[in-house]
Write a protein that binds this ligand. Sequence first.
Ligand code: NAD
Length: 327
Amino acid sequence: MAILVTGGAGYIGSVTVDLLRERGEEVVVLDDLARGHRSALDADVPFYSGRTGDRALVGRILREHKVEACVHFAALAYVGESVNEPARYYANNVGEGLALIDTLVGGGVKRFVFSSTCATYGEPKEVPIPETHPQWPKNPYGWSKFMIERILEDFDAAQGLKFVALRYFNAAGATAKRGEHHEPETHLIPLVLDVALGRRSHISVFGSDYPTPDGTAIRDYIHVSDLGLAHVQALAHLRKGGASEFINLGTGHGHSVLELIETARSVTGRKIAARKEGRRAGDPARLVAVSEKARRVLGWEPKLGDLATILRTAWDWKLAHPDGYPD
Ligand SMILES: NC(=O)c1ccc[n+]([C@@H]2O[C@H](COP(=O)([O-])OP(=O)(O)OC[C@H]3O[C@@H](n4cnc5c(N)ncnc54)[C@H](O)[C@@H]3O)[C@@H](O)[C@H]2O)c1
């Protein structure tokens, strides 16, 4: 029996593919390579280049492999881009996501793990944020993930699709083989490390007047291996007949932007110039998860949650791959 991993050539997907294969799972990857890298996958991984919304292609994958479950990473994932191009985000993330779910369920696949996000909560009313927090996203990206969550609930009610929607906080770090290479890069850690490498003059700190101890925004950084492991455990939960769930994935600890830059200076031993700039619209002061449910329901425990470890692994990968993946 195989697991279909959509978006498996992307950052979190490629790490999860490795973890699944290390555990002897048969994996099939579907990715259109719009944002991913073929070289982020071992050459012997069965790979289909195409889109999640291509019903004929997904149908072919179901005929050629005995797909038991799907882990659905494939999405466009830039908040700013989604504000400027809402139609593209709704078409790709919601329209194609719905076509994928419908085709899979029609083909008898009844287990689904979904990459959701803390962006579905919008401006937090309480921090740390529990799964029961109201959801009112602040941008089309967050809404597109919110909509897939609702679609999954409806497919569960109508057709018995069992799912785990994992609401990630900030994915970070690298494994020995895989790291973060987005184009354009918008994530803080790779940008900070580019400054350490001398590839950027400075890192912009957006907002230094937040109601936080040092005035900069606080985020919950979670190592990509820990994230990947949660998907393995979510599949195990569904295989045991577990109920559909919405689960936060964060460490429960927040770090400020300045704290992160300072830790990066000490891990890399390099100078990292920082420049304070104004707040960005829609950036909350603190985003930190209540992570108790992941521990309770999945037995998940972040092992590499320490910020210095996260930065060390990202730095090691950056030094080995200063230009990222070749493709
Ligand atoms: N990186 C984070 O901190 C973070 C936080 C919360 C949620 N997420 C979610 O996790 C998932 C993975 O994030 P990532 O950082 O690895 O992103 P990524 O861009 O590296 O990976 C996404 C992959 O999906 C592929 N893809 C996109 N649309 C597709 C389509 N219609 N058909 C086929 N392939 C398609 C891209 O080519 C890419 O390889 C995304 O769904 C994202 O929204 C990420």
